[in-house]
Design a protein around this ligand. Structure first.
Ligand SMILES: O=C(O)CCC(=O)C(=O)O
Length: 271
């Protein structure tokens, strides 16, 4: 894999294969700082499981450092290369596999279950810790983003990080899969129709990634509901979503309330 992709290279590789990796985003020191901000917040909420769960789903609303991550120029450049300059963040949820965890993510296509009306979306998955193959990094099947949404089944498997354990019901040619190992501070970017999955974490460190879902403002929820987004680049002339300003502070009660409302809406949209 190429370490220094220009925006043109990003766009052509992404169009052809449906993903790019790695993208250099932050230094190891900056990344550690961000990880510690999250882990401190986790520790502060240790006796409040509902708030801890919201923190995992909405780190960019509850920690200004994660709002800043979604606006990082390296990520904006990469996402703009494939979606254009107007970008909103629909989610930046954390995918965490604890050390020596059997949790996996089954083969799926992201856009299957978010209730969005179009495919103008890309995910930048930012590694807050090393995501090696042993740690359960993502695997992508190049070119599969050119397929439509294929049939998925809900397995509700306990060891699956996906909400419904959703899994592609057709054969996935795993021998063609590319392992997208990342070091802390790097990101991958993948198309919302790309077949992807990840294995267990066999290492002694947590594997933590923020899956930043960038969408074009022209997208909308099929139901017409206005889910919570932030505008991180360019402009939104469509007004299809509830666009909110960056958070004014850390772990603010008003932000938890916004996240709670959106979480309830997403449960309705996703289940
Ligand atoms: O974190 C993982 O292992 C999987 C994440 C994923 O499926 C995604 O970001 O779309």
């Amino acid at each position: 894999m190429n370490n220094n992709l220009s925006n043109n290279n990003i766009a052509s590789k992404y169009t052809e294969e449906g993903f790019v990796a790695p993208i250099e985003v932050m230094t190891p020191k900056e990344t550690l700082h961000l990880r510690l901000d999250f882990e401190d917040a986790e520790a502060e909420l240790v006796n409040q499981p509902e708030k801890q769960a919201l923190l995992r789903s909405y780190p960019n609303r509850l920690l200004p450092s994660f709002d800043a991550l979604t606006r990082n120029s390296k990520l904006i450049d990469a996402a703009s290369a494939v979606l254009g300059p107007d970008l909103m963040v629909w989610s930046a949820a954390l995918f965490i596999k604890e050390k020596k965890s059997t949790k996996i993510v089954s083969w799926h296509q992201d856009l299957t279950y978010w209730g969005l009306d179009d495919i103008q979306e890309t995910t930048c998955w930012f590694a807050l810790s090393d995501a090696s193959e042993e740690a359960g990094c993502m695997k992508f099947v190049p070119g599969t983003h050119k397929s439509k949404i294929v049939e998925h089944i809900d397995t509700f498997a306990d060891n699956n990080l996906l909400t419904r354990g959703q899994e592609i019901a057709v054969d996935v040619n795993e021998s063609e899969a590319v392992v997208a190992a990342l070091q802390a501070g790097q990101a991958s970017m993948h198309h919302g129709l790309l077949f992807h999955s990840s294995g267990p974490n066999q290492t002694n460190d947590r594997r933590i990634g923020s899956a930043i879902r960038y969408i074009k403002p022209s997208m909308k929820q099929e139901t017409g509901d206005r889910s919570l987004v932030t505008l991180v680049n360019g402009q939104d002339i469509f007004k299809n979503f509830k666009v909110v300003d960056p958070p004014k502070g850390r772990l603010l009660e008003e932000e938890f309330e916004l996240c709670r409302e959106d979480d309830n809406l997403k449960k309705k949209l996703l289940f």
